[in-house]
Design a protein around this ligand. Structure first.
Ligand SMILES: Nc1ncnc2c1ncn2[C@@H]1O[C@H](COP(=O)(O)OP(=O)(O)OP(=O)(O)O)[C@@H](O)[C@H]1O
Length: 655
């Protein structure tokens, strides 16, 4: 990054060598163009790290000398030493709420200044963040700024946010999105992570009807994805949220795995099962396992792989129960040995009474046997049978012809991300008639949710967005027509995680109107409208899609053994809006608390020290009890069909 304008506002405390180093770095050696590339950061980090380490060893030696026999005094001095580091970081420009709680995340780095960037349009909206495209003023280089949503008054929330930074700093691989810097300041309560700008994500590309992938291209994407995943796993990191919208691609055809917001170290410690977006979540997590490893990522990789080939999500469950049911129907129900071997508590809850044969071959009709076989390996119900990323890279799929193409030979597309797909979907919906209010009121809550997931309750887009929300391909595409097509609603990815993990819609207010509408309080460089910028032109009338979560999304689902099941999974589903029910836990975290908020998440899953709550609480009355999941799902389907029929009947003539 070219713009490292670090001028510490505080006077230099002479006593601290670490601090002196920061000042020199900021104003001299590192304030020039040596910061233009990513490695500049690493060099800087290394330099400061060594200096800081030397300083700490000196401090420790001094401390040891003076108080060998006095433990209390030692810890007091260590506390003192920590305070010195905090003071250094504050003087370097880091906010004190960060250096006090999670100083290790920024150790050796100096913050970037907001006014070194021109914040442009919003390009991504996640559960925990909003992502903007921005231009680095000095170099003109495009970057992505990820504004993380967290509460800087809550240490747990800060640590949760800092974990993403710590993990990103540990990873260095061409197929992993590189964190280039952090924008904040001493008085700021915000943090922006600065990443290289990537034109696309796989969700955007897959949803675009005129983007077609050849076998060699899918192989090229899969190879890069597996190399990135392999790097994480070799470093003991589980990503825990691999899905198409977190896989970014640039116009050079390079794929990078992004969004390490849920990543954690693989360890023998218990981990929370409330991770991975529903459609990409492996069965062991759906059954509440807290003792899992990197193989959870391989399940998600399998889902992504299939989605690239069949161009739609493979397992689109609407609830955890339905997701598990769909998995068993696709992969076949597990053997009796499985239930015994994995010691799944309350087997009766999860074990389907009906035995399903695998239907994977049928679902993947038309794909090569090598591809189906690899998908089948990734989608093994037993985690240990999923292999590893390295093994997958050596599988027949990659050795047989056609080989993976070169990334540089991939077609160049106009920017296409999940948010663009959402806009297209909303535009498409707007052209469809909407449900009359009277009909909507009659729709039962659950049906309401299903319809909402299909997008029928979304606010229509302004007219200009309709014109702008089509797919564009640059150059190499055989036809550049802006056709539209039915596509899945990617917002459900977010919805499911929102509902599963936070229980509240955390979508940010829409940034409607011209893209230059940067928050007035922002310190970013003011941006003039650039009429000549085609990308800006294309996106300037876009508004963000706000995540809308229905009442049911905020509800909780508890699984209980049913007295008697018929076909399918013998589960009874209590749909709760919660009510102080608590369930015992063991190594399988069977409670499915969908109302947990970020702070609770922090308690469970922070900085590699995850734990499991001893019980889970629900608030609100129990709404409904169903004794059989099949029956329950069928009822839902029929409600949906009825509602859709009603919508059609209510359609004004001529539409
Ligand atoms: N470096 C980047 N360049 C371009 N677009 C990006 C970049 N990073 C993220 N995005 C876009 O922003 C979206 C959201 O980013 P990200 O997944 O990191 O946020 P999140 O809050 O963790 O999201 P989620 O809730 O989906 O996990 C991505 O799907 C992608 O489309």
């Amino acid at each position: 990054m070219g713009c490292i304008c670090v001028k510490p506002a505080a006077p230099e405390p002479r006593a601290s060598p670490g601090f002196r180093f920061s000042v020199e770095s900021g104003s001299g050696k590192y304030a020039d163009s040596s910061f233009k590339n990513t490695s500049g950061f690493l060099e800087f980090e290394k330099g400061l790290g060594e200096e800081s380490e030397r300083y700490h060893s000196r401090e420790l030696r001094k401390l040891k000398k003076g108080s060998n026999n006095e433990k209390g005094s030692m810890s007091m001095r260590l506390g003192f030493s920590r305070r010195i580091v905090e003071a250094e970081q504050t003087a370097a420009g880091w906010p004190s709420w960060l250096s006090t709680v999670a100083g290790e995340a920024v150790q050796g780095w100096i913050p970037l200044k907001a006014d070194c960037f021109e914040k442009l349009e919003k390009i991504g909206q996640g559960t925990y963040s909003t992502v903007f495209r921005a231009r680095e003023v000095e170099t003109g280089k495009m970057v992505a700024l990820k504004k993380i949503r967290f509460d800087n008054f809550q240490p747990e929330s800060i640590r949760f946010m800092a974990r993403e930074i710590i993990i990103l700093r540990r990873l260095d691989h061409p197929n992993i999105l590189k964190l280039e810097g952090i924008i904040t300041s001493r008085l700021s309560s915000n943090i922006y992570l600065v990443f290289e700008y990537m034109e696309h994500d796989l969700a955007g590309l897959i949803s675009c009807p005129n983007v077609k992938f050849t076998d060699a291209q899918v192989k090229c994407y899969m190879k890069q994805l597996l190399l990135g995943v392999e790097h994480c796993h070799l470093h003991g990191i589980i990503h825990r949220d691999i899905k198409v919208s977190n896989i970014l691609v640039n116009n050079e055809g390079i794929l990078k795995l992004g969004d390490f917001g849920l990543a954690n170290m693989a360890s023998s410690k218990q981990l929370t099962s409330r991770v991975v977006t529903l459609w990409y979540r492996p069965p062991e997590l759906l059954m509440g396992s807290t003792n899992y490893g990197v193989s959870v990522d391989l399940w998600s990789v399998g889902c992504v792989f299939a989605e690239l080939l069949i161009r739609k999500p493979l397992l689109k469950g609407r609830t955890e129960v339905e997701q598990l049911h769909k998995i068993f129907k696709l992969c076949g129900s597990p053997s009796d040995e499985y239930w015994k071997m994995y010691k799944i508590p309350r087997v009766a809850i999860f074990k389907p009474q009906h035995t399903y044969e695998s239907s994977l071959l049928e679902k993947c009709k038309g794909l090569t046997s090598a591809a189906v076989s690899l998908i089948g390996t990734f989608l093994s119900i037993e985690p240990c049978k999923r292999g590893t990323a390295s093994l997958a890279l050596m599988s027949e799929y990659f050795t047989m012809l056609p080989h993976a193409c070169e990334p540089s030979s991939l077609p160049k597309y106009l920017p296409n991300k999940e948010i663009d797909a959402k806009h297209r979907e909303e535009a498409r919906r707007k052209r469809r008639p909407r449900i009359r209010e009277s009909d909507a009121a009659k729709v039962p809550v659950r049906v309401g949710k299903a319809l909402q997931e299909q997008g029928n309750y979304r606010k229509p887009l302004p007219k200009e967005e309709l014109q702008n929300s089509t797919c564009h391909t640059l150059g190499n595409m055989p036809n550049g027509t802006n056709e539209k097509r039915e596509q899945h609603n990617p917002s459900l990815d977010t919805l499911s995680r929102t509902s599963d993990m936070t229980g509240i819609s955390q979508g940010q207010g829409a940034l409607s109107g011209p893209i230059m509408q940067v928050m007035s309080s922002s310190n970013f460089s003011s941006v003039k409208k650039r009429k000549d910028d085609p990308i800006l032109k294309r996106s300037c009338s876009r508004s963000s899609s706000r995540n809308q979560v229905s009442a049911l999304d905020q509800s909780s689902i508890v699984l209980e053994p049913s007295s008697k099941g018929q076909n399918g999974i013998s589960m009874s589903v209590l749909q709760c809006l919660g009510d102080g029910h608590s369930l015992p836990h063991n190594s399988f975290d069977i409670s499915r608390d969908l109302t947990m908020d970020l702070n609770q998440m922090g308690e469970l899953d922070l900085m590699g020290c995850e734990g499991v709550k001893s019980g889970v609480e629900f608030s609100g009355p129990i709404m409904m009890r169903s004794h059989n999941i099949e029956e329950h799902l069928q009822r839902n389907e029929s409600h949906i069909r009825q509602a859709v029929r009603r919508t059609r009947l209510g359609r004004p003539r001529g539409m």
